[in-house]
Structure formats: C-alpha cells, structure tokens
Design a protein around this ligand. Sequence first.
Ligand code: M6R
Length: 608
Amino acid sequence: MCGIVGYAGEVQAAPVLLSGLEKLEYRGYDSAGMAIYDGEAIRVAKAKGRLQVLRELTSDGALIPGVIGIGHTRWATHGAPSDINSHPQVSDSGKFAVVHNGIIENYLQLKEKLMKKGVAFVSETDTEVVAQLLEYYYKGDIVDAVIQVLRRVEGSYALGVLCEDAPDQIVAVRKDSPLIVGLGNGENFIASDVPAILSRTRDIYRLNDNEIVILKKNSVQVLNMDKEPVEKEVSHIDWDVSAAEKGGYEHFMAKEIMEQPKAVRDTVSPRLRGGRVVFDEISLTPEQIRAFRKIYIVACGSAYHVGVVAKYVLEQTTRIPVEVDVASEFRYRQPILGADTLVLVISQSGETADTLAALREAKRLGAYTLSIVNVVGSTIANESDDVIYTWAGPEIAVATTKAYSTQLAVVYLLTLYLADLLGTLTPQQYAGYIEELTALPEKMEAILNNRAIIQYLASKFFNVRDVFFIGRNLDYAMSLEGSLKLKEISYIHSDAYAAGELKHGTISLVEDGTLVVALATQKRLFDKMMSNVREVKTRGAVVLGVTTSSQRQIEKEADYVFYIPDCCPMMLPSLSVIPLQLFAYYVSSMKGCDIDKPRNLAKSVTVE
Ligand code: M6R
C-alpha cells in the first residue's frame, strides 16, 4: 500500500529517489518523504500530498544532498496523512530513519512498553515503533538490532533502514510485503516494485520473507535471521521501459485499455498448440484433475469479479461445483476443503494481503492451489502449488483493465484444459471454443475502434448521481465489474444487481432519469432481460443497453445501445467489459477526476 525506494551509489540520491517514487505513486500517494545522509547527519524531508509537493519542498532534491538515502510514498493506514505521519520515521535521537510498507499489528503494545521506558513518540504511525525499537536494541551492530526488532514485531513489512553510525549502507528486510534489490554498476537499490529502478538497472534479486539485505554502493549482502549468507539468483527484467510509461496517452488507464487485444493475444497464443490448450508451466496431473470434487475461487476486487465469471464458465463446462469467495471472507469462514479441492487464486499484483492469507489457509487445509498472477515472482505466485501467468505486462493505473482481461483469458484456457481432460466437451465443441478464443483479440480491437460512441454516451451521463448495472448470469458478473470501474474512478455512486433481483427492494431507488446500464448479451436470457428493462423504464429509468450485434430487438426497449460483436456466450465477458471500462474512463475524464490515482485507493493492497 506504500512504495519504498533506497539508493546507495555515486550520484546524488534525492533525484534518483524522487524518480523512483514517481513510478511507485500508484501504490499510495497521500504523502511522500526521503531521508538522506549528507556526510554529517541524516536529513529528512517529507510532506503531506502528492510527490510534487516533496519535489517543490526540496527543489527537485537539490536541497537535500548526499549519495545514499531512502524514500517513501504513502497510503495512510495508521494516522491520517500529515507531514508528521509521513515516512521516513526517525528514532528519538535521529540515529535511525525507517521507511515501511505494511502494518505492524502489535505496534500499540510495543509503543506502550517503550513509552514506559521514557521513549517519546511524535507520530501516530506503526512505523515509528520500528525506528524507536531499533534505537532501543542497538548496541553497535545494526543487523543485530534489526533481528531483535523482527523477533518482536508482528504483521507485514518491507523496511528500509538508514543509520547514522553506518552511513554507507541501507539495511532492508521484508515479510509479506514486496521488496526487490536492484543491482547496478557502482550503485544498488531497494524498491517495492521493478518500475522504480528500471531506468538504472534490469538485474534484480527478489527477496524472500525475513531475508536481510545490507546494501552498499559496491556490494549487496543477503543474510538470513541467523546472519548466515544467502545465495540469491539474479533475475533479469526484459520488459521494455516504455511498457511502464504512458506512451503518448493522457493516462495509463487509456493506454492499458487499448493494450488489451495484445495482452490477451500474448497470454493465449503460447498456450495453444495444434488446436489444444497446453500448460507447460503447471504440474497438476490428469489424475489429480479427475479427483477434484470442488473448486474454490478466491480473490479481491476486480479479480474476484473474474472469479464470478469463472464460476459460471467452469461449472457449465466441467460440471465441477465451484464456489467463489472474496478473499477477506474466505480466510475467516472455515471453508470446507481438502485434498479433493482445487483452490484457484486470482491476483494481478500477487501481493494482495487477503488473497495471500486465503492461499495460505487453503494450503494449510490441504487443498491444491493454482494461482493466476500477473507479477512474475510475486509472493502468491511463489507460494502456490502451480502458477499460470497472465502476460499483461506492467499495469500502472489503479483501476485494472488489461490484467482483468488477461485473467479472463486464462479462465477460458483453464476451463478448456480441464474440460478436455474430463471429457465434458465434444471434439466439435472444443474446436469451436478454441476458434472463438483465438478470434477474441480482433473482436476487442473492433470495439476499441468504436470508442467514440462510448465517449458520446459518457458525455450524456457524466453528471448523473446514481447508476445501476443489471444483468443475468455472465452479464451479472459483468455488471459487478462495470459498477466497480465506474465508482472507483469517477466517484459516482453505482451498484450492480442480478437483473431479476432488482424488484426485491432496490427498484425503489429508481426514479425519473436514473441511469440503468442493462447488459443483455446472453441470447438465452435476452427476453428475460428485456422484461427487467421494461420494469425500470416504467419507473422512469433511462436505459443504456449493451448487447451483441445480432440482438437488434433491444432498440425497442433501451434508450441507447452499444453493440459488441457476437461470439460464444461463455467468452462474451471479454467483449462486454470493454465498453464498461471505456464508459468509466470517459465519465471520469469529463468530471476532471484523477483517473490513474483515484482518491483513497492504491494499486496493491498489501494490508488486511
Ligand atoms: O492485485 P490484485 O488483483 O490482487 O488486486 C485486487 C483488487 O485490489 C483490484 O482488482 C482492485 O479491485 C482494482 N482497483 C479494481 O480496478
């Protein structure tokens, strides 16, 4: 939920930290700060607000000289956004400065103990406890002090520590929060994510839990909690820097929406060989697959919405019962599962705290875990029994689009893979689905080429107060996603309903001029949907219908219509999501909202 960067090298640290933090702002953007050793002491600059405020405060870093430092961009959890609560947090004497991503769950007990011993706290943060504890346990060896602190704190953390007594090094450690080490020439880095360091190096170490790093300009040492050296493998990042840049678009979200056909092609093509789905990367055997009696899907937010689609698709196609759960609920509801259960975990970042906890719970209960993840080498990917990567490339906008679409593509691939092994499809049906899957990117392109229609529709509705998204079956799953997309970036209140459920209460909210987006792509449910459209129109709603090109009858019922190309019912979500994303994007843009960094949100939710 926060972004951290650290630099040890030969050039001025502040500009390097600022440009790294800029790439991490998607992780949190309510305040930012840096601590730099200037040759005599650690100097701290921090400020509430976007990174730009810190830039102005430090004259783009010029006012805070030095060649080693740590930086932070914050998404507040403990203590409101303020100058004082911003990171770095420093210890009483100023000897230690700390940046932190995660949550120290037992910080209150630790804080009370330290206060009884006379330590004075200035902030409301959990992070300050780490800085004060470091000073408390410090007896001349920083790593020893770090180990003492780690033995006492509970929760999740990626920490970067600068100490005045060893001003040529940064000590860093992680547990359940991401942290990488960047290996440069005469300079080394720590960072929460790759884009922060990509302009300076492509060689990285991915850290495991409780590995302690001692980072200097010419060396990187990794130790375990017993201070024994750990051998790390260097990973080389081969994506293009431009993949994490806006590339001429006004917003990352626009770029990522437009990249979807390519992302889906990149995800699907390597897994299709000779007309069959092939997953070289998974070790699940046909015997194991035949033994599964149940599938659970666990995820958060939009990834959960992919799970809702997957439930319909997997059940209909494989006839294995599927349950889909929001991860934060799953982990505390004592789910009934065991060795005959496949738990499918979906996550773009691979670091979402609740999803990770749900994965661990599923493993503890003996289920087989398979994850669908975008970030290579992330914790969820590493800890799952098998992982299928989505090849969406880096997704920067907080609102997910291309990661969502590639997750859907993997769901189709996986469905066909399982159905093939279970023999639940005829060879003709199987071949037909493969053909439809291969044709998806082109159909997505056709919709994107029609985006001006959605822009026009957005101009008609961008100032509405409430929006209801309704649909049945897979269209209900899409309503959930359309509604989330709109509300998270435009701040318009919206809700999603199974169309048949509306009349059991919510229809009382429909009044003259209420916008209802009616998804009616599923042919076998089209007439039922038209009845629901009539119900809301009778109460004064304005209806924007989304359906396929062959269902023109909708024009008799809806006020406005957007058509998507026809395809097999199961894969229509890949097409219907695009107008919903575009609608949210244009509405948000017309309202002047901060599209890529909506208020109160962060891309990667690494706290519970
Ligand atoms: O990284 P994850 O896929 O695990 O993230 C899950 C959700 O936080 C994420 O999908 C969120 O709902 C997006 N902001 C939606 O656009």
